[in-house]
Design a protein around this ligand. Sequence first.
Ligand code: SF4
Length: 91
Amino acid sequence: MPKTSEPKGTTEFAALSDALETYRPPCHADDRYTADDLTPSTLAELQAGCDLCHIRTLCAAYARAARPKIGVWAGKHYRPTTHRTKGNTHD
Ligand code: SF4
C-alpha cells in the first residue's frame, strides 16, 4: 500500500498548535512577524520577543521542518529566496 505523505512540518505544527491553546506568545496578533520587509531595528525587536517566548523550541522545530517562506520564526527571519544574495537567506 502506498504511503501517504503529509506536508512538511505537520507533526511539528500540531505540537505548536497544542501549545498555543494555553499560551499567547509575543507574536500573537503582531502582523510584523509575518511581514515580508522589516527594518533591522524592527527585526531586532521581534527577535527579542522570540527570546522571551516560552514555546520557542516548538516554534523552531516547526520552522526547521516547514521552511516558511516569510516571517520571523523563533528569532530567524525567513524571506523569499528569489532575491537572495550569497549567504543571506536568514538573519
Ligand atoms: S518563538 Fe515563535 S511563537 Fe514565539 S514569539 Fe517567536 S515567532 Fe512567535
